[in-house]
Design a protein. Structure first.
Length: 119
């Protein structure tokens, strides 16, 4: 059984992003050239295959809450042969890292509380 939890229609969302991206390219072509160069550079690796890069990208996309990144890299991961099971394991890393970040920042709260009113 498949349950649909999508907030958006991902195909329409992707098309909308591409259209707005073309608009931004017209408004600021050098910015988009730089972004394109950065993306191409990150995709040019000697030690990681495309599937591994895309699973890392998906985990990062989740931790940074970037829906456009999720859209792009889910498509690329699928094209690179990543299975749902492999992606689920990569997402497990993202979930653990988000929990770890919350824990670390919680410790900062304790530090701030200890420092409040002192000085």
């Amino acid at each position: 059984m498949t349950t649909d939890t999508r907030i958006e229609d991902w195909d329409s969302y992707s098309a909308g992003l591409r259209a707005r991206g073309r608009e931004l390219t017209a408004l600021h072509p050098e910015l988009m050239k730089g972004f394109g160069a950065l993306s191409r550079g990150a995709a040019t690796t000697q030690h990681l295959d495309a599937k591994t890069r895309e699973m890392i990208a998906l985990a990062v996309a989740v931790t940074t809450r970037c829906e456009g990144c999720i859209d792009a890299h889910a498509r690329k991961a699928k094209a690179a042969g990543a299975t749902k099971e492999e992606i689920a394991e990569a997402l497990g890393v993202a979930i653990a890292l988000n929990a770890g970040a919350a824990l670390t920042y919680s410790l900062h709260v304790l530090d701030a509380m200890d420092g409040t009113g002192q000085g």
